[in-house]
Design a protein around this ligand. Structure first.
Ligand SMILES: NC(=O)c1ccc[n+]([C@@H]2O[C@H](COP(=O)([O-])OP(=O)(O)OC[C@H]3O[C@@H](n4cnc5c(N)ncnc54)[C@H](OP(=O)(O)O)[C@@H]3O)[C@@H](O)[C@H]2O)c1
Length: 251
């Protein structure tokens, strides 16, 4: 049965170490709370220490003890990503999953009027940095019995349209990356999936839609269980695939 049709089992992530990249964002925070509830040990990566600390406090109240890893993906080099992997190895001795939910989107802009630096930044943060981080962590992930890399992707059919700029092009790149990377990883323990969430009420969406008139956006809390599903053994049917779930699943 696919994760789309099943419930996420209680303790689905017990014993697993999961790195949430963009943990203080709308989906990142909801998914971090759901992953902790499912039993994961968490490494929370984000660029603002204050936001990571407030998420840490929320998780601490539930009994979780996440590690915090402040990092700005815009300036982080491949060496910085290698250091992240080495620190996770030193602290936990394993890594079972990465959830990529950091994203940079400045708003809808015609390509012709886009600041060249902003275009490069969008491609870097949304595509290149996600790959650099994943690449650095692959040796650790390969050591796990069942490891999962999950990329949140904004519907490439929609974001290939006018004005989505570097952010939209990065979504197309991420969609291709899922299949390409899985084809190269073959039947190793590492699975790669793309999660195409429905519209969610978050700061990112508010940059393209007027919040008061946005009737279809849902709470990211409704999507968090799908992140848990893909990170858990229930996500195995989505190996190498993009998944656009309904939102009824509950952790
Ligand atoms: N919201 C939607 O409707 C929707 C729909 C489909 C797909 N998605 C996807 O879902 C994922 C989560 O999006 P969201 O809606 O939760 O967005 P969000 O609330 O804006 O969160 C994005 C997070 O990424 C962080 N970030 C941005 N630039 C960064 C950098 N240079 N280094 C480190 N972190 C950085 C942000 O940090 P700061 O807090 O410091 O800005 C923020 O915490 C994204 O991959 C997005 O493409 C969203």
């Amino acid at each position: 049965m696919s994760a789309a049709a099943s419930e996420v089992a209680p303790g689905a992530l017990a014993g697993r170490v999961v790195l949430v990249v963009g943990a203080a964002g709308g989906l990142g925070e909801a998914a971090s709370l759901a992953c902790a509830e499912a039993g994961a040990s968490l490494v929370l990566l984000g660029r603002r220490v204050s936001r990571l600390e407030s998420l840490h406090d929320r998780l601490h109240k539930t009994g979780a003890a996440p590690a915090l890893y402040p990092l700005d993906l815009e300036g982080a080099s491949p060496d910085d990503h290698a250091e992240l992997a080495a620190r996770i190895d030193a602290a936990f001795g394993r890594l079972d999953g990465i959830l990529h939910v950091a994203a940079s989107f400045d708003g809808l802009t015609p390509l012709e009027l886009t600041d060249p630096a902003a275009f490069a930044r969008a491609l870097h943060v949304n595509l290149t940095a996600r790959w650099w981080l994943t690449q650095a962590c692959l040796p650790l992930l390969r050591r796990a019995g069942d490891a999962s890399v999950v990329f949140a992707i904004d519907d490439p059919a929609r974001t290939a349209g006018a004005y989505w700029g570097g952010y939209g092009l990065a979504q197309a790149g991420l969609s291709a990356l899922v299949g390409m990377l899985q084809a190269e990883l073959g039947d190793t323990p590492v699975r790669v999936s793309g999660l195409l969430p429905p519209p969610m009420r978050t700061p990112l969406r508010a940059r393209a839609h007027v919040e008061a008139e946005d009737r279809i956006a849902r709470s990211p809390v409704e999507v968090a269980a799908h992140c848990v599903a893909l990170l858990s053994p229930a996500g195995a049917p989505h190996r190498g695939q993009l998944w656009s779930p309904g939102v009824a699943l509950r952790a």
